[in-house]
Design a protein around this ligand. Structure first.
Ligand code: NAG
Ligand code: NAG
Ligand code: NAG
Ligand code: NAG
Ligand code: NAG
Ligand code: NAG
Length: 502
């Protein structure tokens, strides 16, 4: 269970645990609890007791741990079968730092479940159960709780009372529930809250936007939710201490000018597996502290010169699995601190001769699965690559797709004099995507009245069915094409009366 790793790391810092070094001859022994088929406990590390049992196992565990001779246990992790209600008091008089109870079935926690524990509990986990709301009344007995894990339950909403009185909470994990609503003030009074895991719920951007500012929080995971639409300046409330924001596996569509203006101290932003096609100029003007940016698995066709401006500190950029077509100096030049650049699985055929000229501290660059056109325009890049400090693997990631004579050749193995222009003119006439469509679609009419462009396409029968997604407008700038506009457009040949000409 992932939760435990976190738990145990935190554990190392706890000073209350007697250690052999501090205690001289003290050697910790695992308490013996074995009463088959009712309960069986083991210790895989000191002070950590893991038990598997049925509904009558808790009183046995409790009795053993309460006895004066029992070795001290810090973390008790119980898997109890056939239990849908935790009744209490469960562990009266037992001193623990952390308690985890999973049954797969727990729907309810009785009000007195955690009453009378021998010492204040600091971590509670009830993951993998069927709770539909935070058992707030039961939690009243745990005012010093630091970590709460309610992941993989059936929580629907969080509201202002969900964590009432739990002022010491620094970590909340409610991942993998079905949360769709969070009241704006839910976390406002949790002044120690540092980490909030909301992954795998049903949250929309409109809910996030309305949350109150949180000045203390450092890390939020909102991956795998229903975040749909652009990232705008006010999409997130102000969070001055936020360092790490995870938004992967959502449906975010673009990054607007001045996005996330309230997150000025953000150092890591993860946006992989979204549907981002456009990053507006100066999108990151408020995010100048970013070190790590993951934009992989999106629909980015081009990054304009100013899109990545202000990211002077960025060390790690992942743009793999997009639709980039060229690598230009434009993209790279704002990134003065870049160490790692991932560009694998794009449509890059062109690398401008000056693209990497100013990049001095790059350590990793991956270009695999791009259709490089290995002509004379790649000579400078080829030289750069040969003399770069990149690993052999990275150097070998640049593979030619064209011209046919160099197909599948490693760029670093091709002598400069073999990177030539002018022999395969016809190869370069149409981009690869268009040549695949050559016999299916053709431009029938073109009109421009100084203001509007009208394009009429003829589509042959073998081109049907088709659908369209968006109109991209590019501007040709020397070697590269720069995306200047993207407009969503929905069409589907199945729903058109005359699908042939559209
Ligand atoms: C307990 O649950 C298991 C499956 O989890 C089931 O096979 C068993 O019959 C249940 N026992 C009782 C007493 O309900
Ligand atoms: C809980 O918070 C209070 C005040 O907010 C503080 O005095 C106390 O030390 C904290 N307890 C723990 C275990 O951190
Ligand atoms: C956030 O950044 C500002 C400067 O931009 C700084 O003054 C402030 O201390 C930072 N806040 C935190 C909590 O790190
Ligand atoms: C993107 O690249 C970084 C390393 O630069 C890596 O840590 C991260 O996992 C990658 N993202 C995905 C989705 O693979
Ligand atoms: C490289 O850096 C120099 C000096 O900072 C600058 O004048 C030049 O425009 C840069 N070239 C590119 C391609 O970014
Ligand atoms: C187009 O419409 C048909 C029928 O309505 C549907 O089955 C198909 O998935 C649609 N295609 C796209 C790409 O949306």
């Amino acid at each position: 269970m992932v939760w435990f790793l976190v738990f145990l790391v935190w554990w190392c810092g706890a000073s209350a645990i007697p250690s052999p070094a501090a205690g001289g001859s003290y050697i910790w022994k695992c308490p013996k609890i074995l009463q088959q088929p009712v309960v069986e406990c083991t210790c895989d590390m000191p002070h950590t007791l893991r038990c598997i049992g049925d509904r009558s196992s808790m009183p046995i565990i409790s009795r053993t741990l309460r006895s004066p001779n029992s070795p001290s246990v810090s973390l008790l992790d119980c898997t109890v079968q056939n239990v849908s209600i935790i009744t209490g008091p469960l562990l009266e008089g037992v001193s623990l730092h952390g308690l985890v109870i999973s049954s797969g079935e727990i729907r309810e926690v009785s009000q007195a479940a955690f009453k009378g524990l021998g010492s204040p509990l600091q971590a509670l986990g009830l993951p993998n159960n069927k709770l539909t709301s935070v058992p707030i009344i039961a939690l009243r007995f745990l005012p010093e709780l630091d970590r709460l894990d309610l992941s993989s339950n059936k929580l629907k909403n969080l509201d202002i009372n969900s964590f009432k009185g739990l002022k010491n909470l620094s970590f909340i994990d409610v991942s993998n529930n079905i949360i769709s609503r969070i009241a704006p003030y839910t976390f406002t009074k949790l002044q120690n809250l540092k980490m909030l895991r909301l992954r795998g719920n049903k949250l929309k951007l409109s809910v996030i936007m309305k949350l109150n500012p949180m000045s203390y929080i450092e890390e939020i995971d909102l991956s795998e939710n229903l975040l749909v639409g652009p990232l705008e300046p006010k999409t997130f409330p102000r969070m001055d201490s936020l360092r790490d924001l995870q938004l992967s596996h959502n449906l975010i569509s673009s990054i607007k000018l001045g996005a996330l203006e309230g997150l000025t101290n953000l150092t890591a932003l993860s946006l992989h597996h979204n549907q981002i096609d456009v990053i507006e100029d100066h999108a990151f003007i408020h995010l100048a502290m970013l070190l790590v940016l993951d934009l992989s698995h999106n629909r980015i066709v081009a990054v304009s010169g100013a899109s990545l401006a202000h990211l002077n500190k960025l060390t790690d950029l992942n743009l793999s699995n997009n639709y980039l077509r060229a690598l230009t100096a434009d993209l790279i030049s704002p990134l003065k601190s870049l160490n790692i650049l991932k560009l694998n699985d794009n449509d890059i055929s062109i690398i401008a001769s000056d693209a990497l000229r100013n990049i001095t501290i790059i350590k990793q660059l991956s270009l695999s699965d791009n259709p490089l056109n290995c002509d004379c325009s790649l000579q400078d890049f080829s030289n750069w690559l040969n003399n770069s400090p990149l690993s052999k693997k990275d150097k070998e990631s640049a593979v030619c797709a064209t011209p046919p004579s160099l197909e599948n050749g490693l760029l670093i193995e091709i002598a400069s004099e073999n990177l030539i222009c002018g022999e395969d003119e016809q190869e370069n006439e149409a981009p690869p995507m268009m040549s695949a469509l050559k016999n299916k679609i053709s431009l029938k009419e073109f009109k421009y009245d100084g203001d509007t462009v009208v394009l009429i396409w003829k589509i042959e029968e073998e081109g049907i069915p088709y659908s369209c997604d968006a109109i991209y407008v590019y501007e040709e700038q020397f070697l590269s094409e720069v995306l200047v506009e993207s407009t969503p457009l929905k069409c589907n040949s199945s729903s058109l009366e005359r699908p042939y000409v559209s």
